[in-house]
Design a protein around this ligand. Sequence first.
Ligand code: GLA
Length: 418
Amino acid sequence: MTEPQWLPAWTAEEGERRVRALFARTFADDEGGVAVAAQPTGVWSAPGRVNLIGEHTDYNAGLCLPTALPHRTYVALRLRDDDLVRVASAQTDEPWELRLRDVVPGEVKGWGSYVAGVAWALQQAGHAVRGFEAVVDSCVPFGASLSSSAALECAFAVALDDLLGLGLADHDAGRVELVAACIRAENEIAGAATGGLDQAAALRSHPGHALLLDCRPELSALENATPIPFDLAAAGLALLVIDTRAPHQLVDGQYAARRASCEQAAELLGVPNLRAVTPEGLDAALATLAPHDADGVLRRRVRHVVTETARTAEFAALVRDGRVEEVGPLMNASHASLRDDYEVTVRETDLSVDASLAAGALGARMTGGGFGGSTIALVRTDEVPDVASGVQRAFDDAGLTAPAFLQAPPSAAAGRDA
Ligand code: GLA
């Protein structure tokens, strides 16, 4: 059998060392006719995330419950005096360059659109923004539904906030503004119609806590996010993340199609969003949709969204009551709903969940947008190696690409490292 491959998180020192070295290799200063390696003004980082439960609820004004990963994206940056943006990444050979004045929705291509999009969104929010030189390196697995794109956006958001003297990252209400800028960057410049869960997790999480997000648009920043102590280690438990390595891509039609179905259902029901449908009102809502829904797709989507927010509330209540070892069945029900009603799981994520449970996990589910990506499993600490081996064996037997395993203690939000 193949040995399970673990992806450890870098220490902050390692992240800083990597981006400083890359910055020096990428940018040079002219000192009296001699080219010398350039220095950044500082180093910032932002985490990837897992969502414990509450999937495809953020854009339906529902509940979600993410935690920040210890795996982070590091940025070394210095401002320029003009509006040129020059960025390079250890993950890609293509350095990226653009003038801020040329950042227009629909016109910017490539990975740098996530970066330039953040600068553009801060400008749109009325802040004076300048160009910059920056490099990026990351231990957040890419394309694994662990929000590597939000980590990229949010690392730049805190770097620019700091050097432009905006001070938004210093308090939670300011961080809410940075969340909004990162969402605009992703929706309007990078062209991915995602909902906001990932950016809130990267910017508003607290170590040792899960973040209960209530996505009703009418709520204030004070009301819409509540940190909940989530000390798995004290309960003898661990959260195992399994990157199934099944290709995952959100900038395609499937995610947007799910969103469109939810909006269509809300319109047919005459409600502003699907949060307005309660578990008690679900049967009546499904009956109202029936005449407009020959293939049953709208009803399946609505059933997932409504039951998922109810499961998330129940999960959060159990954690608050110190009964975290009882959340497993809610995770399993969430996965079944995403598989059967929301139809966003794939063979690899289903197999990973089934194999985790067969090897002793208390609960398991896909996490993030779906269509590939990662699953999570709640596991007794001393059984982590057995569960990883069980999943590895199942992938070997099925002839699938080997998955990668991550440990995920709830970690810190984006901030300055050096
Ligand atoms: C992706 C999106 C989020 C959210 C999840 C599903 O991660 O970026 O906004 O919709 O999918 O819960």
